[in-house]
Design a protein around this ligand. Sequence first.
Ligand code: THU
Length: 138
Amino acid sequence: MSKSADPAALAGLFDAAKAAQSRAYAPYSRFHVGAAILTPSGAIYAGCNVENAAYPQGACAEAGAIGAMIAGGERLIAEILVIGDGDALVTPCGGCRQRIREFAALDAPIHIAGPEGLRATFTLDELLPHSFGPEHLK
Ligand code: THU
């Protein structure tokens, strides 16, 4: 675990992710996830998981939040918060760790929350060590 966010920013991320989680479309897993991204401008972009009857076509909450950020004209994730239910930490899946890697610094905080609040904070590098990113293609 590593550094945590400014308390006001964290509260904004938590509220946005929780609101998105409440709108998740997850009729198959019944596992509702929300994600919220804080950008350097101070804007917050949220997303939720959107499942599909053709199961592999489902999308994670993080992917939705990243899509909202890009559509909003921004390209840098300062911090991201993911919220899920249950006792286990809902850390981003492997694919979403790589999606976050595209738009975040290695020391960007990834906050994991449950319904009651923040549970843990990791850096991207902790969750995706020795990673491959855009700079490898330059
Ligand atoms: N899910 C996310 O949206 N984000 C994660 O980080 C973990 C998993 C979703 C995908 C699927 O709709 C449901 O949770 C169960 O895996």
